[in-house]
Design a protein around this ligand. Structure first.
Ligand code: DGT
Ligand code: CA
Ligand code: CA
Ligand code: ZN
Length: 590
C-alpha cells in the first residue's frame, strides 16, 4: 500500500470518527498521522519492516497497531468497522471544496445518495432540482455554493494538488543532503518555482554543479523512490513514495550560471529574456550564450555574469515572473527587496491565554511567545488573540474578559522581563472577527483594553462582490483602533478561494485611513496573495507581514511572508513592521 493510499485511509477514518461523534483528540491524531505520512519520503512499509512505525511523527500506538495488522493481513478489522459504520457515498464528497464530513453525511442521508460512484453527479442533480435549498441547515445560499464547489471540483482545480512551500522545502532539503553525500557536488540548489518562492509548488527542481555528473546521477537514483520517470546523461526525474516528483539536472561548474538561470524560470521570464537577447544577436540556452553571428558559445559560472552578458543587472528569482522585471532591469528601476532580517516584529500571534475565544487558542504561553520573539531578534511582538465569543456571553462579560486579559498580560510580561532580563516590547492586540454585515465582534467598550486590533474575515466567504466589499469597508472604518486587515482574502490554498472583493476600492479605504493590509505568512494562507501585493504596493498601501502563529514555532514561518512581499515588489518603505519600536508604536497607536 502506498503512503498516499494510507494517508487517504487515515483521513477517511478521521472523517468517519467525526460523523460518529468520536473524541476530538482522536480525530486530530488521525489527521496528523495522515499529514505526516503523506509527507514522508520513505515508504511506511519500510518503517514497518524495520519495526519502527512509531518513529513516524504523529503515529502513536493505536494507529501503529492497526497499520501493523494492515501490513500483515491486508486490512485492519477496526478501521473497516469504523468505515463500515458510515455510508460509503460520503467519501467522494469530501473532495468537493467546502464539504466537510458532517455536511456530506447530512446530504447523503437526506437526499438518499447511495452510490459512491455517482454521488457527485447525483448531488449536482439534486442541487439543480432545488432539493438542497429546502434542507434544514442548508438553504438557497448553500445550494448555490455547493453547485459552484462542484464546478470547481470538476475543473480539477483541487485535484491539481500542488505542494505548500514548506513541504517542498523539506523534500528539497532531504534530496540535497542525500546527493551531497556523493562527494562530487561543487554546488547544489533548488530551482524552479521553489527558488522563485511561488505559493505552491508543482515539482521540486534541483541543479548540481559537478565535474562528475555520472557519480551525482547515480547517487540521486538511489534516493528512495517509487519510480524512475526519466533518466539521461544530464538529468533524471524521480517519483517519490509521497507521490511527488523531483527533477535533477547536472552541469559543469563553468556553465552553472546558465543552468541556474534556465532552470529557475519562470518560463515566461525566460521567453522575454530570450527575445531581448535575440535583439542583441545572442541566443540563450542552458549551457551558455551563443553569438548568433559567430556561432560561438560563451559559458557563465554565475547568474550575475549571465545577466550581465545580456546587458542586465541581476534579477532576484522572486521577480522572474514576466511582470515587468526585464523592463525595470533595463531602466535600472528594480525594487530593492526586503530580507528577513529587516523584520522587527510579528503582530499577529496567538498565545494560549484563554479569553473564551471565538476560535482556536495558541499552544504556547505568553512567556513562551515572548521568548520566541526575543530569540528571533525582534523589537516587539503583538498578541492578537481571537476576540471572546459572542454566543452566551453578555457585552459586560466580554468587557470584563478583556479587562482581566489586559491585567494578566501585564503581570506575565513584567514577571517574564524580570526573570529573563530581556527587553522586547509587546502590544496588546486582538484579532476581531468581521461579522457578515461588516460590524466587529468586539463591543466598543472593550476597545479600551487593547492597543490596536487586527480585523479578519472568518465566515461568509461567498458573499457577492458588492456585499463583501461593503463589509470590508465598514470593518475598516468602524473604529480608529483598527490598524491591520488580517489575511485579507481569506483564501486557503488548495481548499478555499478567497472573497471576491473590489480590491482597488478596499485598498483606497486602507490608504485613506492608513490601515495596513496583512501579508499572512502561514503557508496555507500567503494572503494577501503576491499579485495583490504588487497592486497594493503600486497604490502606496502599507503592508504588515505576520505569521498568525498559533504556536511559538510558527513564528519561524515569517520568511514565507517575506517571500510573498518580495514577489509583490515590496520595499522596506512598504512594510510597516520593518520600522523600529518607537516608529512602529507611533504608527500603530496614533
Ligand atoms: P512548478 O513545478 O509547476 O511549480 O513550476 P516550475 O516553474 O518549477 O516549472 P517546471 O518544474 O516545469 O520547470 C522548471 C523551470 O525550468 C521553469 O521555471 C523554466 C524551465 N523550463 C522547463 N521547461 C521549459 C520549457 O519548455 N521552456 C522554457 N523556456 N523553460 C522551461
Ligand atoms: Ca518545478
Ligand atoms: Ca520540473
Ligand atoms: Zn489569527
Amino acid at each position: 500500500m502506498t503512503n498516499l493510499a494510507i494517508a487517504e485511509l487515515l483521513r477517511k477514518v478521521a472523517a468517519a470518527y467525526l460523523i460518529l461523534g468520536e473524541n476530538r483528540f482522536r480525530i486530530i491524531a488521525y489527521e496528523r498521522a495522515a499529514d505526516s505520512i503523506e509527507h514522508l519520503t520513505s515508504e511506511v512499509k519500510d518503517y514497518w519492516d524495520d519495526k519502527k512505525l512509531e518513529e513516524i511523527p504523529g503515529v502513536g500506538g493505536g494507529i501503529a497497531s492497526n497499520l501493523d495488522e494492515l501490513f500483515k493481513t491486508g486490512k485492519s478489522a477496526h478501521w473497516e468497522k469504523v468505515l463500515g459504520s458510515v455510508p460509503e457515498a460520503i467519501f467522494p464528497l469530501l473532495l468537493v471544496p467546502g464539504l466537510g464530513p458532517k455536511k456530506a453525511y447530512a446530504l447523503v442521508n437526506e437526499l438518499k445518495l447511495e452510490s459512491a460512484k455517482t454521488v457527485i453527479a447525483d448531488l449536482e442533480k439534486a442541487a439543480k432540482a432545488g432539493k438542497i435549498a429546502s434542507m434544514e441547515g442548508f438553504g438557497e445560499k448553500s445550494q448555490s455554493v455547493i453547485l459552484e464547489a462542484i464546478a470547481t471540483y470538476k475543473r480539477g482545480a483541487i485535484k491539481e494538488n500542488r505542494m505548500p512551500l514548506p513541504y517542498a522545502d523539506e523534500i528539497a532539503g532531504e534530496v540535497i543532503a542525500f546527493i551531497q553525500k556523493s562527494g562530487a557536488v561543487e554546488r547544489i540548489d533548488a530551482l524552479g518555482s521553489l527558488r522563485r518562492q511561488v505559493s505552491t509548488i508543482g515539482d521540486v527542481d534541483i541543479a548540481v554543479a559537478t565535474n562528475k555528473p555520472e557519480v551525482v546521477l547515480e547517487k540521486f537514483l538511489t534516493f528512495p523512490h517509487q519510480k524512475i520517470i526519466d533518466h539521461g546523461p544530464r538529468g533524471a526525474t524521480l517519483l517519490l513514495a509521497n507521490g511527488r516528483q523531483v527533477d535533477l539536472r547536472v552541469q559543469t561548474p563553468d556553465s552553472y550560471g546558465a543552468m541556474l538561470q534556465y532552470f529557475t524560470g519562470s518560463k515566461n521570464h525566460n521567453i522575454q529574456l530570450r527575445s531581448l537577447a535575440l535583439e542583441k544577436g545572442l541566443s540563450l540556452n542552458e549551457y551558455g550564450i551563443k553569438n548568433v553571428k559567430t556561432g560561438k558559445t560563451k559559458h557563465y559560472a554565475t547568474e550575475e555574469a549571465f545577466y550581465k552578458a545580456v546587458g542586465l543587472p541581476y534579477i532576484a528569482p522572486e521577480l522572474r515572473e514576466d511582470h515587468g522585471e526585464i523592463d525595470a532591469a533595463r531602466k535600472a528601476k528594480l525594487p530593492s527587496l526586503i530580507t528577513l532580517s529587516d523584520i522587527k516584529g510579528d503582530l499577529h500571534t496567538h498565545s494560549s491565554y484563554d479569553l473564551h475565544s471565538s476560535h482556536d487558542l495558541g499552544k504556547n504561553s505568553i512567556a513562551e511567545m515572548l521568548s520566541k520573539a526575543e530569540s528571533l531578534g525582534y523589537e516587539y511582538i503583538g498578541f492578537s488573540d481571537h476576540n471572546p465569543r459572542l454566543a452566551n456571553q453578555t457585552k459586560q462579560d466580554i468587557v470584563d474578559i478583556m479587562k482581566r486579559r489586559k491585567e494578566k498580560y501585564e503581570q506575565q510580561y513584567s514577571s517574564w522581563k524580570n526573570r529573563e532580563k530581556k527587553r522586547i516590547h509587546y502590544f496588546l492586540m486582538c484579532e476581531v472577527d468581521i461579522l457578515p454585515d461588516g460590524s466587529l465582534a468586539l463591543p466598543d467598550e472593550a476597545f479600551e483594553y487593547v492597543d490596536a486590533v487586527v480585523v479578519s474575515l472568518h465566515s461568509s466567504f461567498m458573499q457577492p462582490r458588492p456585499q463583501v466589499t461593503e463589509r470590508l469597508v465598514r470593518a475598516l472604518t468602524t473604529h480608529p483602533k483598527v490598524r491591520i486587515l488580517g489575511h485579507p482574502t481569506g483564501r486557503l490554498l488548495g481548499s478555499r478561494e478567497g472573497v471576491d472583493a473590489d480590491w482597488p476600492k478596499v485598498f483606497e479605504i486602507a490608504k485613506k485611513h492608513d490601515i495596513a493590509l496583512e501579508i499572512n505568512a502561514f503557508p496555507e494562507r500567503l494572503d494577501l496573495p503576491d499579485t495583490l501585493v504588487f497592486d497594493a504596493v503600486r497604490m502606496g498601501i502599507k503592508l504588515c507581514i505576520d505569521t498568525d502563529a498559533h504556536a511559538a514555532e510558527h513564528m519561524d514561518l515569517m520568511r514565507y511572508g517575506v517571500s510573498v512581499s518580495r514577489r509583490g515588489w515590496a520595499q522596506k518603505r512598504d512594510i510597516i513592521n520593518t520600522l523600529g519600536y518607537n516608529d512602529f508604536k507611533q504608527w500603530l497607536m496614533k
